[in-house]
Design a protein around this ligand. Structure first.
Ligand SMILES: C[C@H](O)[C@@H](O)[C@@H](O)[C@H](O)C(=O)O
Ligand SMILES: [Mg+2]
Length: 479
């Protein structure tokens, strides 16, 4: 039902109206493509085209000017994206769009990496790519020369995410997916000690039970969200109060506040927000990797009175045992550990789970190797019974990750307990299929694809350094 995964919606939406009548909604015991439809189209004809063009652009939004997105470590973030578009020779006008999220200057480095990866995609048939998606994923992440500057982490992995997100968008616009197909996209290398292909299939098959009810529930109520928009670190107390009052009016019940730079500031800001939202509503805190391990425990002991559900990224994202130590100290105070937005790959997530280092797992649609790698993490989280609460915000992260988390609920976790997806109220107007929030919940996307496509006008305006917005800003800086 989420447009990326539910077999019915993307295909219905992608087809011309005259052919929609042929579609029969899928159910667990019905193949994705019904025999009748397959016969009419010619089996396999849904996946079509050879990738004939890949373009990548450096798109930046000057969010730092308003302090939007600021935290204890990223004080002047310009929300940006390396924006990839792939086209095919199929002459159907369908293109695949992919992004990865970056902050300003970092974008130009990611753009270079995308260009370095492009030859893996160009001139390939989409059918061959998705026919062996696991192999293709491995080809991209195991490039004999590029993996040296990864492997599967940092700039090359962000570039991999952007490229693969475009492939998923293209594929999702063309056809739906079933459990076996999804499992065949996952590279299980390095994780078979906790999740095998058989485990994955078993989880997904169990996830088919009562799936229709969960789909209906999502369509009616949406997926619960929380907001980070009120309490960026660079916001004044007045802005914080004003945004918080508005969010309460809009029905938000879960809030995240940035902490970690100055304890007195944190105490004051947390007091303001707790007073405004009251004792019952949910509060989360995010330190963005600011502390050492003992410092994290000490600092959070002082903020415990504000009853945070979790502290996010208390220390280096690479410090698995450090997270475990912090978790051991803070869980007795009722504070869980959340992390993931800067986790390199599935291996780090595996170890975080093995080490009992987190209580909330935060996948990121643009840092991990696209849907392929995120699927493996969702399945591992299910195996360890750790709730997934995705990282979103940035540019387009909400648009992408809503597909993953709604899929998680419908087909993997089957639970909403302790689960919610981040929401940030910025930059959605630049997307062709922006997220829809109702009653503080993500309403399932119904348009074809992965909601990755940006409006051409927005891309042109914000392209760095020649777009209209940057030309003006850069000229003003010179004067
Ligand atoms: C620089 C960014 O805005 C981060 O502060 C942001 O992604 C944040 O960690 C979050 O959890 O939303
Ligand atoms: Mg965060």
């Amino acid at each position: 039902m989420s447009a990326l995964f539910a077999p019915t919606v993307p295909r219905l939406a992608a087809l011309p109206p005259s052919r929609r009548a042929l579609e029969i909604p899928t159910s667990p015991d019905r193949p994705v493509l019904t025999a009748r439809v397959a016969r009419l189209r010619g089996a396999g004809s849904m996946v079509r085209g050879r990738i004939s063009r890949l373009s990548v652009r450096d798109v930046r939004f000057p969010t730092s000017l308003g302090g939007h997105g600021s935290d204890a470590m990223h004080t002047d973030p310009d929300y940006s994206a390396a924006y990839v578009v792939i086209e095919t020779d199929a002459e159907d006008g369908i293109k695949g769009c992919g992004i990865t999220f970056t902050l300003g200057k970092g974008t130009e480095v990611v753009v270079c990496a995308v260009n370095a990866l492009a030859h893996h995609v160009l001139n390939k048939d989409l059918k061959d790519i998705v026919g062996d998606f696991r192999g293709f994923y491995r080809q991209l992440t195991s490039d004999g020369q590029l993996r040296w500057i990864g492997p599967e982490k940092g700039v090359v992995h962000l570039a991999t995410a952007a490229v693969l997100n475009a492939v998923w968008d293209l594929w999702a616009k063309q056809e739906g997916k079933d459990p076996r197909m999804l499992v065949s996209c996952i590279d299980f290398r390095y994780i078979t000690d906790v999740l095998t292909e058989e485990d994955a299939l078993e989880i997904l098959q169990k996830g088919q039970v009562a799936k229709k009810e969960r789909e209906k529930q999502m369509l009616a109520q949406g997926y619960p969200a929380y907001t980070t928009s009120c309490a960026w670190l660079g916001y004044s107390d007045d802005t914080l109060k004003q945004l918080c009052a508005q969010a309460l009016k809009d029905g938000w019940t879960r809030f995240k506040v940035k902490v970690g730079a100055d304890l007195q500031d944190d105490v004051r800001r947390c007091q303001i927000i707790r007073d405004m939202i009251g004792p019952e509503k949910t509060l989360m805190m995010d330190a963005n990797q600011r502390w050492d391990v003992p410092e994290a425990v000490e600092w959070m002991s002082k903020l415990a009175k504000f009853k945070p559900l979790w502290i996010e990224e208390p220390t280096s994202p690479d410090d698995i045992l450090g997270h475990a130590a912090i978790s051991k100290a803070l869980v007795p105070l009722g504070i869980g550990i959340a992390t993931g937005e800067q986790c390199h790959n599935r291996v780090i997530f595996k170890q975080l789970l093995q080490a009992k280092a987190l209580q909330f797992l935060q996948i990121d649609s643009c840092r991990l190797g696209s849907v392929n790698e995120n699927l493996s993490v969702l399945l591992m989280a299910k195996k360890f019974e750790i709730p997934v609460c995705p990282h979103a915000g940035g540019v387009g992260l909400c648009e992408l990750v809503q597909h993953l988390i709604i899929f998680d609920y419908i087909s993997v976790s089957a639970s909403l307990k302790n689960r919610m997806c981040e929401y940030v109220d910025h930059l959605h107007e630049h997307f062709k299929y922006p997220v829809m929030i109702q009653r503080a919940s993500y309403m399932p996307p119904k348009d074809p694809g992965y909601s990755t496509e940006m409006k051409e006008e927005s891309v042109k305006k914000h392209q760095y350094p020649d777009g209209e917005v940057w030309k003006k800003l850069l000229a003003a800086q010179e004067n």
